[in-house]
Design a protein around this ligand. Structure first.
Ligand SMILES: Cc1cc2nc3c(=O)[nH]c(=O)nc-3n(C[C@H](O)[C@H](O)[C@H](O)COP(=O)(O)OP(=O)(O)OC[C@H]3O[C@@H](n4cnc5c(N)ncnc54)[C@H](O)[C@@H]3O)c2cc1C
Length: 386
């Protein structure tokens, strides 16, 4: 009845993991990706994956392959959280939770290469170099229009589908947006005596994360836009000195910064993540601030949960109102919990009332002295809000 059964728009980390989770589906899956085959993503960055994401990627048979990528998977055994205007030190340790690691760091480009390869091996009807230009949904079908770049000529395609999953990173319309007026400056840097240690430092200008990545660390330095432009233009010596200035004690541990990239930051929430015969996933549903590294982890949980529901429902249920409502209900608390917690952290650490820094220090101390609170927080960070 439909030209396609399920159409996935976007073969980034979230769209690809959805497609890979549909191995046993009894319906046809078509995936459209704007990149060319093997083409690396334009804006590489490092991603911290939680232990919960590891469990999902293991079930999809991808974990062992990720370990073999050029950048590999670097375990995080300890996370240290501090704020610049305070003295409290909060530590999360993997051993406290009887886990091999709290999370793992890998490069977006390595993840994309493994997913591309796995898609090529699976029976997915995959169109590279193909951009979906518009999607429309009605109660009885979804409609898509796409353009493929092949050689000198563009080819157009249009058709109906029982369900369209938009995982295109969220470039279109229909979003509620909050601009942080900040950029994340990312780079690799050497941090002495910090093997498997992740550091999150909150400053009045924005959070700074250092994630262990092989022998080095991946830096994600959040700054107001103007200052971000300024630090992007500094030479390596001056950049290193400016960064050290944010750390105080032990700042000399930071050295040899590599090339930098800047990412503008905003919170974007789809007004309607789930409509009839159309749903949005990953950044297309919500683009979050990178603090605490939650974006892909959340998108992966959504994609995996959706793939299970779609496989169970089969072709008969595909895209039905009941199925999409069930998905929305099942995943709503994690979506909202993760979004609010991420945004709340930014607001909390930028709050400038006279006693704000003391109150935050008190909160960090509370977590530092309560194993129960630390375990609760770690579980949420690893498995989301349930
Ligand atoms: C600085 C920074 C650090 C981050 N750190 C972390 C972290 O530590 N942990 C974490 O979990 N998350 C992190 N994130 C978030 C993470 O990068 C995103 O959540 C993740 O990339 C979302 O994946 P996605 O597949 O939804 O979208 P994207 O990665 O944007 O992929 C979208 C895909 O769709 C394709 N596409 C776009 N438009 C079309 C179209 N019209 N037709 C066909 N294809 C299309 C694109 O080519 C692309 O391949 C970070 C983000 C930033 C900016």
């Amino acid at each position: 009845m439909f030209d396609r059964d399920l159409v996935i728009v976007g073969g980034g980390p979230v769209g690809a993991t959805l497609a890979l989770g549909l191995r046993e589906a009894d319906f046809r899956v078509a995936l459209f990706e704007a990149r060319g085959p093997g083409e690396p993503p334009q804006r590489d960055r490092s991603l911290a994956l939680s232990h919960g994401s590891r469990l999902i990627l293991e079930r999809l048979g991808l974990w062992s392959r990720l370990a073999l990528t050029p950048g590999g998977l670097t375990p995080i055994s300890t996370v240290e959280v501090t704020q610049q205007r305070g003295s409290a030190l909060l530590r999360f340790r993997a051993e406290e939770l009887d886990l091999p690691a709290l999370g793992y760091v890998l490069r977006y480009g390595d993840l994309a290469a493994v997913l591309d390869q796995a898609l090529a091996e699976q029976r997915v009807d995959l169109s590279w170099n193909c951009r979906v230009n518009s999607v429309r949904a009605t109660a009885s079908y979804a409609w898509f229009e796409a353009t493929s770049r092949s050689g000198a000529q563009d080819q157009s395609e249009a058709g109906s589908a029982a369900l369209v999953a938009l995982a295109d990173g969220g470039a279109g319309e229909g979003y509620w947006q909050h601009d942080y007026h900040q950029c994340a400056v990312v780079a690799e840097i050497s941090v002495a005596d910090a093997k498997h240690l992740a550091i999150e430092r909150f400053t009045p200008l924005g959070p700074i994360a250092l994630l262990p990545q092989g022998e080095r660390h991946a830096l994600v330095w959040t700054l107001p836009e103007v200052l971000a432009q300024e630090v992007m233009a500094l030479d390596d010596q001056a950049f290193q000195a400016r960064l050290r200035g944010q750390f105080g004690v032990n700042a000399e541990r930071l050295a040899h910064p590599g090339p930098r990239r800047a990412f503008p930051l905003h919170l974007r929430l789809a007004r309607q993540p789930v409509e009839r015969r159309l749903l949005r996933l990953g950044n297309a549903a919500q683009t979050l601030h990178p603090v605490a590294g939650q974006g892909y982890n959340l998108g992966l949980r959504d994609a995996f949960a959706l793939s299970r529901m779609l496989c169970e429902g089969g072709l008969a249920e595909l895209g039905s109102e009941r199925q999409l409502r069930a998905f929305k209900n099942r995943r709503g608390s994690d979506r909202w919990g993760t979004t609010l917690a991420t945004h709340g952290l930014i607001e909390l650490f930028e709050w400038r009332a006279p006693k704000a820094a003391e109150l935050r220090d008190w909160g960090l101390e509370l977590f530092a002295t309560s194993p129960w609170l630390r375990r609760r927080a770690s579980r949420v960070l690893m498995h989301g809000w349930r």
